[in-house]
Design a protein around this ligand. Structure first.
Ligand SMILES: Nc1nc2c(ncn2[C@@H]2O[C@H](COP(=O)(O)OP(=O)(O)OP(=O)(O)O)[C@@H](O)[C@H]2O)c(=O)[nH]1
Ligand SMILES: [Mg+2]
Length: 273
């Protein structure tokens, strides 16, 4: 049996993509969770309830804020651990997620690298079980920053097109996409669309692995994806370090040696991290 009349929407995505901001808007100023600095703000999974207008009535919803991947203080593995703990707990209590919003800033000009890696991991977290795709909504935020500038808007549309290639596997499973322009009305529309789409059943792969199959987190597909990405990065940093050390030994200019040594230091730090 599931507690099926509860509406629960989790918000995930990279740090600074605007997860807490959407919750602040839906809660109508009740929460003040969004941050204004470049540092990661949300450090643990937390939830709040809000009432939003739907049709002629009101709908109570539970909103779950998550710390962002690509955090400045925590590794992606630590973030996944926190999210996994919450998701497993929810599934154990037979509470079902109504939907997950996955956010991305449309103003980011780099789609390759970290955002792509995180999306891949998110795909493994959801899996491709029946109805899971329908629970997902990919949302690009910060569209208001492009408004009134046609060149910037065109750039945003182009990025949205590129992002759709990464979203495609989940879109084929029914995932929705949306653009957010930083208003409460838009936030309500996003939540309403998730509620309207509500797909009965459909647990995420991560919940199934952790709870139904009783697997430890490090054996789940999401964690394995992070691990193999980490190994690839580590190999790249090691190769760069060898090249830099060789270059530093061969350099005659003192300032160039100092620069190369500083870069070696950075690479060693990344390897240890
Ligand atoms: N103009 C504009 N600003 C936004 C939008 N979304 C978020 N912001 C701002 O971006 C900053 C970061 O937003 P947060 O909501 O804290 O981001 P987050 O995803 O919760 O970040 P973490 O908690 O670090 O994972 C804040 O200053 C927000 O006000 C948007 O759509 N438009
Ligand atoms: Mg936050």
């Amino acid at each position: 049996m599931t507690n099926s009349n509860e509406i629960i929407i989790a918000i995930m995505g990279p740090t600074g993509s605007g997860k807490s901001n959407i919750i602040d808007m839906l809660s109508n100023g009740h929460t003040h969770w969004s941050g204004s600095t470049l540092k990661s703000v949300t450090t643990k999974v937390r939830s709040t309830t809000a009432k939003i207008p739907i049709g002629s009535g009101e709908q109570k919803i539970t909103l779950v804020d998550t710390p962002g991947f690509d955090d400045t203080t925590k590794s992606d593995t630590e973030i996944l651990e926190m999210i996994a703990e919450w998701m497993a707990d929810t599934h154990r209590k037979k509470t079902e997620l109504t939907g997950i919003m996955y956010l991305h800033r449309i103003t980011d000009n780099r789609l390759a690298g970290t955002p792509h890696r995180n999306l891949k991991m998110f795909g493994k977290l959801c899996g491709d079980g029946p109805n899971v795709g329908k629970k997902v909504m990919f949302v690009t935020t910060m569209w208001d920053k492009l408004q009134g500038d046609s060149a910037k808007l065109r750039m945003g549309q182009k990025r949205q097109g590129e992002l759709k290639q990464y979203w495609d596997p989940m879109m084929k499973l029914g995932a929705q996409t949306a653009e957010f322009n930083n208003t409460r009305e838009a936030a309500i529309e996003l939540a309403s669309r998730i509620i309207r789409q509500e797909a009965a059943g459909g647990v995420t792969l991560l919940q199934e692995e952790l709870v139904d199959l009783n697997r430890p987190l490090n054996e789940t597909q999401a964690a394995q994806t992070l691990y193999s990405q980490f190994q690839t990065l580590l190999a790249q940093h090691r190769a760069t370090l060898v090249d830099l050390e060789r270059a530093a030994k061969g350099a005659n200019d003192a300032s160039m040696v100092a620069d190369l040594n500083a870069e070696c230091y950075d690479q060693r730090y990344l390897i240890k991290r």
